[in-house]
Design a protein around this ligand. Structure first.
Ligand code: ADP
Ligand code: MG
Length: 695
């Protein structure tokens, strides 16, 4: 298929296909559900299911699956065929409304954080009509939410959908107060920029650590890393370009608005950014994008690494979550317009975000916490673990003038003169980009930059939506009875910005001074997942989620348990993988190499002429010492893992972080220094140079 517009969405049961294939009344009812959140009735579901099935069968499908996002970090699917017995030995393809609406996967093997132990093992998946169904291979995929038999949520989509509702309700009320009575719904919009690494499949297969943990646990630095800055936006290699082309086509067929692709900072690192859409679809599309990235790599004999820190010493991968709010009348609520100083609506929404980020900075940190992402935050390549926000020069100056009660003098956007007649002059971006800030205003949206590359973006987005909904509801309560709404809004904006200005920081987030300054301001600096999650169940956070009906306290506790358990398990797997690599590969290899050198020395000695063998002897001595240290470190790590214990899942996670993780670093240090001295043919694994420059 060469025609782009024909290809785009060809595998999606999208609006155009619904319109073509559904009776008018059914189409209208479904649209009402999608746009206004109205519940769907059984009759409509039946008609939709049948049309969907007919289309899917025409596309070559034999199966359908309820596609859902349990708490595991990957999506799940269970395939059922459409066949229904029909007469003697005959079958027909059938798909009913109830099969579309509800699935009953056995939930017992999905993490539930203890919720399910007391209930039935059964779980339900329910159709999410707001995210379109699509076809992959011979299966019709139906995006669904996942809950336990008794209705506890067990997935990431449900809280996101709920948070979108809450935000819409709160924002619409505010807009009505401000006179925008034509607005009936507000959507949150998201555009996630996705980073990834591509390495050769053959090298990947020889790395036990990449296969089992997604990151290299050993590996001496390559002589060349990213210091020359020659990879970022560099010309794309033929093999990578072919991969990207394939990936784009696959994504376009699935209706994903893949837009931008370029090389990233580290060698072998790349980025893909889609055009933004509503949060729910953006989250589903991002999950799909990550899956298709991995699948497409296989076809090109490559492996796509989505781990946050696959290689030490070069940048890891993250995700920038561009987030805003838009009305059903098409207005972006974070657009400052030409004169933001007079745009009370914008200032009110801005104040809500500032207050939200300040009050729930711990939740924002928690939502991006993972064993992988802990390697990045605070490592001068990603924003620090301290959450703050950046408003840019112009908006920053406006906020200052509001706080100080001064008049704001807007200076025109600086015109940049490129100094060459052939280059058109362009206006400097209003929001100069401070790349070190975790939460930056970028013109008409906020960019939350602390996400790890493998994270499901549903989580940070339901946090953001819920926080913003909470603040907007509070504002509404305060403003609803005001005699002079304009004065009341002005007063509120000034007060809120003054109270919460400590969250705003426009300087270098990587500097040591900021760490001290942030401490002085009383901002959190939660360095690792366990330290961050220790705050998840703080009273204010439980209140936020329960009051806004995003989840219950029991569901929050379940999430807390799952995250901490997963963290400990991941670190344990990493430690055991290191030990296996050490014992089965590294120690024998180095020992063999030492023996070879020793043999060479002995052979030389056996000759009657005196041939110097100091080169070999030096290596023999040095490597033998290191090998002995390495074996000791390995047994220290082994005992650290063996004695892992904790009174609670939090304590266990902290033990893994403070003891096991530290021992792993020690073992690696000695291992990497042996790699530097061992002949390439003897070292059991592909080197950093091979992997990073091998595609
Ligand atoms: P970069 O940050 O790399 O310079 P851009 O500024 O071009 O990139 O945009 C990054 C992402 O922000 C894109 O995915 C884009 O679609 C998204 N984006 C733009 N406007 C909005 C919006 N109103 N809401 C959410 N995302 C948006
Ligand atoms: Mg960006």
């Amino acid at each position: 298929m060469s025609n782009l517009s024909e290809m785009f969405g060809s595998k999606v049961f999208n609006d155009r296909k619904m319109q073509e294939r559904l009776p008018k009344a059914t189409y209208k009812a479904l649209k009402n559900t999608i746009q206004n959140g109205e519940p769907i009735d059984a009759e409509t579901a039946n008609v939709v299911a049948n049309a969907m099935k007919d289309w899917a069968v025409e596309m070559g499908c034999t199966h359908y699956t309820h596609w859902f996002q349990p708490m595991t970090g990957v999506t799940a699917e269970k395939h059922d065929s459409f066949i229904t017995p029909h007469g003697e030995g005959e079958v027909i393809a059938e798909f009913s409304g109830s099969e579309l609406i509800k699935g009953e996967p056995d939930a017992s093997s999905f993490p539930s954080g203890g919720i399910r132990a007391t209930f039935e093992a059964r779980g339900y998946t329910t159709w999410d009509p707001t995210s379109p169904a699509f076809v992959r291979d011979t299966t019709l995929y139906i995006p669904t939410a996942f809950c336990s038999y008794t209705g506890e949520i067990l997935d990431k989509k449900t809280p996101l959908l709920r948070s979108m509702e809450r935000l819409s309700e709160a924002a619409v009320k505010i807009l009505h107060l401000l006179g925008k009575t034509d607005v009936t719904r507000v959507f949150t919009t998201v555009g996630p920029e996705q980073e990834y690494f591509l390495i050769d499949k053959e090298m990947y297969d020889r790395r036990e650590d990449l296969k089992l943990t997604g990151r290299t646990l050993f590996g001496a630095k390559a002589p060349k890393g990213q210091e020359l800055d020659d990879h970022y936006f560099g010309s794309i290699k033929t093999r990578v370009a072919a991969y990207m082309r394939d990936l784009d086509e696959e994504l376009w067929k699935l209706g994903v608005y893949s837009k931008t692709k370029h090389n990233e900072v580290a060698p072998s690192q790349h980025e893909l950014a889609p055009i933004f859409c509503t949060s729910n679809i953006a989250a589903d599309h991002n999950e799909l994008t990550m899956e298709i990235m991995k699948k497409t790599a296989e076809k090109h004999n490559l492996v796509c690494l989505l781990h946050e820190k696959p290689f030490a010493g070069v940048n890891g991968s993250g995700k920038h979550n561009n987030w805003s709010m838009s009305t059903n009348t098409g207005e972006n609520l974070l657009n400052p317009g030409k004169k933001p100083e007079d745009n009370l609506q914008f200032l009110l929404f801005l104040a809500a975000v500032v207050k939200a980020v300040h009050e729930y900075q711990d939740l924002l940190r928690i939502t991006v916490a993972s064993a992988g992402n802990d390697h990045r935050l605070g490592a001068n390549e990603a924003p620090p673990a301290i959450i703050s926000m950046y408003l840019g020069d112009d908006l920053g100056a406006l906020v200052d003038s509001i706080i100080e009660g001064r008049e704001y003098v807007s200076h025109d956007k600086t015109k940049m003169d490129m100094g060459a007649a052939v280059l058109a002059d362009f206006k400097k971006d209003n929001s100069d980009r401070n790349r070190t800030s975790p939460f930056a205003f970028t013109g008409n949206k906020f960019e939350f930059r602390a996400l790890g590359s493998s994270l499901n973006i549903a989580c940070p987005n339901y946090m953001l939506n819920t926080m913003a909904a909470e603040e907007l509801s509070g504002f509404y309560e305060e403003l609803k009875d005001a005699d002079n709404i304009e004065e009341a809004v002005k007063g509120l904006v000034k007060r809120v910005l003054t109270e919460h200005k400590d969250i705003i920081f426009n300087g270098d987030n990587y500097s040591d001074e900021w760490v001290k300054e942030a401490e002085r301001r009383g901002l959190y600096n939660l360095k690792s997942l366990p330290e961050a999650f220790a705050h998840f169940l703080d009273k204010k956070n439980v209140e936020l989620f329960t009051k806004n009906k995003i989840c219950t306290e029991a569901e929050m506790t379940a999430r807390y348990e799952i995250e901490l358990e997963t963290y400990s398990k991941q670190l344990k797997i990493e430690a055991l993988t290191m030990l296996q690599m050490a014992k089965k590969d590294i120690i024998p290899s180095v020992s063999t190499y030492i023996k070879t050198l020793t043999d060479a020395v002995l052979a030389k000695k056996a000759l009657s002429v005196n041939i110097p063998s100091d080169a070999e002897q030096e290596i023999i001595v040095s490597l033998s010492e290191k090998l002995s240290k390495f074996a000791k470190e390995a047994s220290t790590l082994q005992s650290a893992v063996d004695s892992a214990a904790g009174e609670s899942s939090l304590e266990l996670a902290l033990y893994y972080r403070n003891t096991v993780f530290e021992e792993m670093q020690e073992l690696r240090r000695v291992g990497d220094s042996m790699e530097e001295e061992t002949a390439k043919t003897y070292w059991p694994y592909p080197s950093y140079s091979d992997m990073l420059f091998g595609v």
